[in-house]
Design a protein around this ligand. Structure first.
Ligand code: FMN
Ligand code: SF4
Ligand code: SF4
Length: 428
């Protein structure tokens, strides 16, 4: 059976599945139950200086699909609203009782060395394995000069990271905000400040929906609403891209990454690990389905690793990074085309409408016995994948590479590129 144990920034855990800093990690009661369910680690809900913050009612918004499955989740909650002393006492008790699990403590403070270093110094004696700096929260705390107000300014990211590194010997993970134009600027700043790892993403600025009766954003607090932090399955593609950018960038390549954002099953986790992550953090899936989702994550990841012959997480960590390239490095001569399995087709017509109205009019309808038959016209198909995505029947439309014996040719080399870089002319 595959060995799921991981070490990231010197922090060991029996599996890569950590609970992200959020309500599931808010107190000893939760964390103990999470560890009993099998989670490899937790990032304790962000601590701040006393007096503790005060939260509003209500706090959450959601984007549901037609079956009421949660696609996206949004919150206007703040950091922990429990006294610092209580949290520190509970962290120490949990770490003592669960020495093999990773206990990382998230913290947030105003932009002074005294505040950050002071909190870091109070965390160290709890026995925690590391500190995570919350530079991400995009609501409530940023208005007070914290969270994303720091995370959006690379100089501040670097400065705070250095303050905390100077104040403690614990590994420091810098949690990045996605609410920026270029995640590399903050990742590079964190590295310059001495970060042992980065984690990402924190939540994305959002309004989950507008209540058309109250005429206010949700969640609605006495008739008014505000922007909140978006997370859940909907943010996974954004998180994966940012993780990949950091993993393949020359200046940050090799910087340990803890992946966060929309991870709900083992496959999501494997994708983050394939892009270089040494651990993954989960919040929404645990809030929606409970702590026991980790059982399927552990079973699924370990069976898949067995199937693929990966003995340890390191065997496949980062394997996809080399295949993330810039558009200009893609092969213009690669051709794929759609194929419809007439046996599986249920004659819904969705592929035809999609291709006809918005793609390349490459799906024709033939008269069939009892049902219409749909067929791809190869000469017209550009291999855009739209029909395969809209078809409701799994594996009914598949994409097939077309052998054409043409060499790998990028856009910079393409004859139709007006700025083509021509090979140097041979001497006359
Ligand atoms: C209700 C709620 C509260 C959160 N509180 C914190 C927090 O205190 N500190 C922090 O760093 N992130 C906080 N987060 C962000 C999560 O740690 C995580 O980065 C984000 O939810 C993305 O992961 P997910 O898609 O698995 O939910 C919170 C998220 C939610 C939903
Ligand atoms: S892949 Fe695109 S172009 Fe080809 S048949 Fe499907 S929708 Fe049409
Ligand atoms: S979308 Fe799929 S099931 Fe529907 S007609 Fe096209 S091939 Fe058939």
């Amino acid at each position: 059976m595959a060995d799921l144990s991981t070490t990231i920034a010197g922090i060991k855990s029996p599996n890569p599945f950590w609970l992200a800093s959020a309500p599931p990690t808010d107190k000893e009661y939760n964390v103990v139950r999470a560890f009993k369910a099998g989670w490899g680690g937790v990032v304790w809900k962000t601590l701040g200086e006393d007096p503790p913050v005060v939260n509003v009612s209500s706090r959450y918004g959601a984007l549901l699909d037609a079956n009421r499955t949660m696609i996206g989740f949004n919150n206007i909650e703040l950091i922990t609203d429990r006294p610092l002393e209580v949290n520190l006492r509970e962290i120490a008790a949990v770490k003592k009782a669960w020495p093999d699990r990773a206990v990382v403590v998230s913290l947030m403070a105003v932009m002074t060395e005294e505040a950050w270093a002071g909190l870091a110094r109070r965390i160290a004696p709890t026995g925690a394995d590391g500190i995570e700096l919350n530079f991400g929260c995009p609501h409530g705390m940023c208005e007070r000069g914290m969270g994303s107000a720091i995370g959006q300014v690379p100089e501040m990211v670097e400065q705070v990271t250095r303050w905390v590194k100077n104040a403690t010997r614990l590994p420091v993970i810098v949690k990045l905000t996605p609410n920026i134009t270029n995640v590399l600027w903050s990742a590079e700043a964190a590295k310059r400040g001495g970060a042992d790892a980065v984690s990402l993403i924190n939540t994305i600025n959002s309004i989950a929906s507008v209540d058309l009766d109250a005429m206010a954003p949700t969640p609605t607090v006495g008739g008014k609403g505000t922007h909140g932090g978006y997370c859940g399955p909907a943010v996974k593609p954004i998180a994966l891209n940012m993780v990949a950018e950091i993993a393949r960038n020359a200046d940050t390549h090799g910087l340990p990454i803890s992946g966060i954002g929309g991870i709900g099953n083992w496959r999501d986790a494997a994708e983050f690990i394939a892009l270089g992550c040494g651990s993954v953090q989960v919040c929404t899936a645990a809030m929606v389905y409970g702590f026991r989702v980790v059982e399927d994550m552990i079973d699924g990841l370990s069976s898949w690793m067995d199937e693929k012959g990966y003995r340890t997480v390191e065997d496949f960590r980062g394997r996809a990074v080399g295949n993330v390239v810039n558009w200009n490095d893609l092969n213009m001569n690669f051709v794929t085309k759609a194929k419809i399995d007439k046996e599986l087709c249920i004659d819904c017509g969705r592929c035809h409408i999609a291709c006809e109205d918005t793609s390349h009019q490459a799906i024709r309808i033939l008269a069939g016995v009892g049902k219409r038959l749909f067929e791809v016209v190869d000469e017209e198909c550009v291999g855009c994948n739209l029909c395969a995505h809209v078809c409701p029947v799994p594996d009914c439309i598949t994409m097939h590479e077309q052998a054409n014996n043409l060499p790998y040719m990028t856009w910079p080399e393409h004859p139709q590129n007006p700025a083509r870089i021509l090979p140097p002319k041979a001497a006359e």
